[in-house]
Design a protein around this ligand. Sequence first.
Ligand SMILES: Cc1ncc(COP(=O)(O)O)c(C=O)c1O
Length: 486
Amino acid sequence: MDLKAHAETPLYTGLDHYAKSKTIHFDVPGHKKNPTSPLAEAFGERIALLDANSTKDLDMLSNPTGIIKRAEGLLADAYGADYAFMLVNGSTFGVITMIMSACGPKDKIIMPRNVHKSAINGIILSGALPVFIDPEIDPEYGITNGITYDSVKEALKENPDAKGIFLINPTYFGTVSDLKAIVKLAHRRGIPVLVDEAHGSHFPFHPDLPDSAMSLGADLSTVSIHKTGGSLTQTSALLLNKGLISKEKVRTIINLMQTTSASYLLLASLDLARKHLAINGKKIWGKLLPLCEKAKAEIGKIPGLSVISRDEYVNGKEIYDYDDTKIVVRVNELGLTGFEVYDLFKEKYQIQLELAETYVVLAIVGPGDTEENIALLVNAFKSLSQEYYGQRPPFNIPLAGFFERPRTVIAPRDAFYGVKKAVPIQEANGEISAESIMIYPPGIPLVIPGERITDDILKHYNFYLNQNCIIMNDDGNTEFVKVLGE
Ligand SMILES: Cc1ncc(COP(=O)(O)O)c(C=O)c1O
């Protein structure tokens, strides 16, 4: 990486010139930089000055030739990729684009079942056929992890005609699979590897973090720079290593769906985050990683709690590597569910955790965190234990059936476009779902279009419903589900 080049911010600098220029605007956006507009009054004049649409000077996201092209070049360099595409609709859009770039209707794609809903959306939009692999399960923490090399090998043996392999690096809970070996295996067969790195945008910037997909030779990766890299929410990058998938194909797919009026505030935030990561990333995570380790050591000693730490968790096979900036704490020994702890942290300690699962909560440490904040997190866990440990019996429910993969009966796209009827969800046992139902976060579907609804799925659904989790389906009605049939 040429650090000197990374001191530049071509996109942000161009936008700053635009903001300062005295041009009279008879183009869009309609607020016209007017300092008395409601927008400027609410957010500050600078926001209105920086909010622009494409012009010749500002370049165009769908066909960049100027400052966006230069900024994307720097982004690619920072991530060790051949090309980078800036995205303003998150990694949701990146994941969909990756799948549509590799697969068309009826093409097979191998993927773990614990994918984010965006991958299911990519399957529906492309018409591809998912070949699901079961992720590894940690029954103690009640979480799903990565997939093994052997499971991919087996899936490839049974589906040598697969057009892509889709992986998550890392999972929401921080687990990393043996991506290097899987890339090698796939490339020997000429199959591209697509990586959802929504939670790994910081990986290239410190040697003690897991390896990034681009550095291991994956073909496409999408990184939510907004999640762990410090840019504004919604901003991601799609990264490409040339070879099996062409830049032109990716550009065509992006331009099918991306807005023609991308926000320059969002784009410029990517430029600023890239500079910060490239120049200061090593220092930032050099400070944060030991703080995470120390916090985990302290949390691990608190009565009733246990925590995942890289040194103890990585076993080289099922768990190839681990991102220690994810703090996964098991709380059920306190007699509480993760869902209860998630709410208690907000109510009692004003701490917003990233997500809860049945037995665990997840805190994510990012580049904006400080030693003081991390200490407050640890103290909150101490207080929680003081109040609850020994007061209630440990919370235990049978988790085994939670992770059983539903059976696909018809292709997700065919189910999505099939004739549907709404039935009361409690009576849907045996029906074929025509919609995705997911718990958010993490947004991993309990059932997707084309899968058979079982008694087990309904039990889990009711469990999450009773825990007041956010359940997402097509229409927000949690009492009915759309299934196939007149
Ligand atoms: C694993 C995974 N992939 C993709 C996404 C989508 O990312 P974004 O929110 O940037 O659209 C998420 C979001 O939480 C995610 O958890």
